[in-house]
Ligand binder design. Sequence first.
Ligand code: FAD
Ligand code: DLZ
Ligand code: SF4
Length: 507
Amino acid sequence: MSTIRFVLGDQLTRSVSSLADIDKKRDVVLMTEAADETRYVPHHKQKIAFILSAMRHFADELRKDGIRVDYIRLDDPENSGSFGGELARALKRHRPERIIITEPGEWRVLKMIQGWEREHGVPVEIRADERFFCSRERFGQWAKGRKLYRMEDFYREMRRETGILMDAGKPMGGRWNFDSENRKRLPAGLTPPATKLFKPDAITREVLKLVAEKFPDNFGDLDEFIWPVTRKDALAALDEFIAEKLPRFGDYQDAMTGEDAFLFHSLLSAALNVGLLTAREVCCRAEDAYRAGDVPLNSAEGFIRQILGWREYIRGVYWHRMPAYAETNALNAKRKLPWFYWSGETKMRCVASAVEHTRRFAYSHHIQRLMVTGNFALLAGVRPAEIEEWYLAVYADAFDWVELPNTHGMAIHADGGLLASKPYAASGAYINRMSDFCTGCEYDVKKKSGADACPFNYLYWAFLIRNKKHLSGNPRMLMPYRTLQKWDDERRQAILREADAFLDGIE
Ligand code: FAD
Ligand code: DLZ
Ligand code: SF4
């Protein structure tokens, strides 16, 4: 039976389920650069270039393996611009008896694919994406009957099931979690090793030119293109991370500095999310390095928890709760996204630095995303859909299944606490403790109010006052609400006025 095997831009794994049983003589792989996909949010230029270059390299690798690939380029004059349109054209060219595709990473695309059989009159088999440790069904079993989902519970089950970092049924080192040892500020004099960057080859250079011409007004720079676009390069990035950075990953996981966007982070999320690496091989490499005595346990565990724990958990929540998940707005957040998320023009040095890293590299690390840009959006009450679109657009690793729960649930608490037990709201003191941003900022992190006070300070208290009904009963929020209780009404009103004046000023 001849088959079209449709491979999407984030399915660039030779063992992806849609290619598992390919008949090289009769089947054809369809891959398409689709204008609709490049513009459903205003993607960072580097994100588009990364995906298109990785797709073109993957198509070449399949061809070298003797597989027939029908690859449609963005600038092909016949290109209809959509997955459905390109499938319709491919059906005329190849007249297959069926279509096989691995389930996509977005609810929006899944709905599209589910309509194809009816639309095109050809059987469509949608296969599970087996590149994750936890299937959608397995997550459903775990979530069943739980009112609240907690990553730590899920993570322990994943450790038990996979045996990763386990010894005779017990967690290695006698503890599940070494998070308390992973909160160090970067000490003066410690320079993180340079991050391996990849010199664009001819394919990437051609894509960079195409993106520069077709998307001149999109956010982001193309000058420093940092992403591995082949499996070979992604494996080299993994090797280098394990050898050079993983040993200190744990200690400085939460640290931030304006001097270095990458610190001890792996920069592997983009390669993982498009399929150049698998989660299993990355976790196994980290575990092996620990077993060989090359990295301490707090680093190996801290890193593995991000992938085996957070990444799998986030995906589980997405598929288990969509589409209703995206619709909630538990804190009734209504403000527009400030323009400085795009321009970087703000006196808040921490925010300006996160936006600068984002613009240069389509990257900022987790704590910048969560505790700087995410925290600001939470405190300011930015409308969920607007801040979610920003995160989906600006990061090379951003796909809906992973971006949405991280933003909607973890960063802005729009799911009312389904995913995180308390909002990640913080005043300037947290940012000051974990970074060097406040030194040299025009605002004073020690000041609680006044024109030169750190805006995170009064925004934090105003956020708590505004959301008292929703949050004061949360046992993890008792401390700040006890403090607030000691304030008289006039003081609370003054804070609200100051916060509103600042936010209105931005608008
Ligand atoms: P490292 O710090 O080296 O971590 C190792 C790996 O762990 C990452 O490569 C990633 O695969 C995984 N990981 C770590 N934290 C998470 C997490 N919370 N959820 C899922 N995987 C995780 N990650 C994305 O891959 N795509 C996104 O679109 C995305 N959007 C985010 C939006 C917000 C508001 C927040 C707070 C986080 C978001 N994250 C997202 C999670 C995390 O910030 C990135 O995975 C990480 O910064 C990628 O950099 P790294 O590869 O250097 O990660
Ligand atoms: C994000 C993206 C972009 C920018 N371009 C393409 C593309 O040209 N072709 C493609 O197959 N996929 C692209 N993607 C990823 C999709 O938008 C979407 O996230 C995935 O298909 C989900 O599995
Ligand atoms: Fe950010 Fe406030 Fe520190 Fe300035 S003082 S860098 S605004 S936390």
